[in-house]
Design a protein around this ligand. Structure first.
Ligand code: FMN
Ligand code: SF4
Length: 448
């Protein structure tokens, strides 16, 4: 059995409620921290742990915290990103629904380290029922003196609020989230300044993912060094993975970083293999934005090493033969899957979710959707495949926020690894109805 730090108690009945959470050791870390540690000492432990942000970019959390500006007399904020908008990702939902007090305990500890007396959990509108669960848990925490003034007699004050968004993918981007939290349309801001300098209401702000903040509890429970000793290399600790697609056991799994991808997909402890005994065709390993990889490259690196569930191993080979850990949204596709259809679904999504501020993203996402539709409709040409490639290459690096790249990378990787499928749609429009048969014959050819 793999090591569990976040979900070790998720199976306990009633763990959602304060009484049960405390009976199983909940808030003991908070009590101990207040008695024995200063805010700077907490920051040092988080730095030592090597924890990297679990929202997608994998930025070191301790380093991000150390950038927080601390001007005299100016409030600082901690904002928890519970937007969870990346397609294929549903781990934060699980954590908040099952163990809301773990997130709240993490919010108090993190706010203490940052010197923030006001904190927000920004949650997507579709998670309305989870917002209610969080509010109920926050009420319990206030009543028990775990929130509000002079928490547990420590002299530290924290007010924690839940803010529900209207359900837009772009509001998961941290600066769009802050705009939305301020009551405005969720348009990403130009950076710099980064939120650590000028964030919510122009004040220094740290934005962290739900899982990142929850991980602060086990880090302080056993110490940063012990956390850093789990996982592999610079991928320390455990990671929640949302596993979906053509697997026997979809769900949320906590893995120790460094687990071989093959073990994750095929072992009974995790995904339980491919549905119906079919062959694996491809995997999108970190949510819809990250490059798709064919079976042979997700199971092994280009150098033939077993691919591991870690930031470094998944990224091995760059975008030529590797991918990214991203948010941990692990989407598995079997041999009957149409990569072109799947890409069209993603392209529609990104076109719909573009906020429209930058021309390459606003126009480019629409063009990519249209061309993919044309190809699927049997009216595409070989030049359309080149045009798709050209458009995606002109979005990357030319936009205000990374949604542009999120839209471009799936297109680039699908063409890079599955060009023959695009060509089959173009050259054999009459055979499209019979395309399922074609996939079995021409399964995941790699084009370098
Ligand atoms: C388009 C877009 C959507 C994003 N959606 C989310 C999200 O739903 N949840 C999240 O935690 N981070 C999301 N991010 C990343 C955030 O901008 C930010 O990096 C993250 O919340 C920082 O937290 P972390 O350091 O704990 O990972 C998104 C980024 C982009 C560009
Ligand atoms: S890249 Fe797209 S989503 Fe991001 S700011 Fe520009 S138009 Fe908006």
């Amino acid at each position: 059995m793999s090591k569990k730090l976040l979900l070790k108690n998720d199976h306990i009945e009633g763990i959602r409620y304060l009484k049960t959470y405390r009976e199983h050791g909940g808030y003991a870390v908070l009590e101990n921290t207040f008695k024995t540690m200063t805010p700077d000492a907490v920051l040092e432990e988080v730095k030592t742990s090597g924890l990297r942000g679990r929202g997608g970019a994998g930025f070191p959390t301790g380093l991000k915290w150390s950038f927080l500006a601390k001007p005299e007399g100016v409030p600082r904020y901690l904002v928890c990103n519970a937007d969870e908008s990346e397609p294929g990702t549903f781990k934060d939902r699980y954590l908040m629904e099952r163990i809301p007090h773990l997130l709240i305990e993490g919010m108090i500890l993190s706010s203490f380290a940052l010197g923030a007396n006001t904190a927000y959990i920004y949650i997507r509108g579709e998670y309305f029922y989870i917002a209610r669960i969080l509010e109920q848990a926050i009420d319990e925490a206030y009543a028990a003196g775990l929130l509000g003034d002079n928490i547990l007699g420590s002299g530290f004050n924290l007010n924690l609020y839940v803010q529900i968004g209207a359900g837009a993918y772009i509001c998961g981007e941290e600066t769009a989230l802050l705009e939305s939290l301020e009551g405005k349309r969720g348009n990403p801001r130009i950076k710099p300044p980064f939120p650590a300098i000028a964030g919510l209401y122009g004040c220094p702000t740290v934005v962290n993912n739900v899982e990142t903040i929850a991980a602060v509890v086990p880090i302080l429970e056993s110490g940063g060094a012990a956390y850093a000793a789990t996982g592999i290399g610079k991928s320390t600790g455990t990671k929640l993975i949302s596993a979906s697609g053509h697997i026997n056991k979809p769900g949320v799994y906590e893995i120790e970083l460094g687990l071989p991808v093959e073990t994750f997909i095929y072992s009974e402890e995790y995904c339980g293999g491919i549905r119906g005994g079919r062959k694996l065709k491809a995997v999108v390993a970190g949510g819809s934005s990250v490059p798709i990889l064919p079976a042979e490259l997700i199971l092994k690196t280009a150098a033939g090493e077993p691919r591991l569930m870690s930031y470094e191993s998944l990224g091995d080979g760059g975008f030529v033969s590797g991918t990214m850990m991203g948010s941990g949204g692990f989407i598995v596709m079997d041999e009957d899957t149409s990569i072109v259809k799947n890409l069209y679904t993603f392209a529609r999504f990104y076109h719909h979710e573009s906020c429209g501020q930058c021309s390459p993203c606003r126009e480019g996402t629409g063009w990519m959707e249209k061309i993919l539709h044309k190809i699927l409709d049997g009216k595409g040409t070989l030049q359309d495949i080149d045009l798709l490639w050209d458009i995606q290459s002109k979005i990357e690096g030319k936009t205000i926020c990374p949604l542009g790249e999120a839209a471009a990378w799936p297109v680039a990787s699908a063409i890079r690894h599955f060009r023959s499928e695009f060509e089959a749609y173009v050259q054999n429009p009459d055979g499209i109805k019979d395309i399922k048969h074609y996939y079995r014959l021409e399964n995941s050819k790699v084009n370098s």
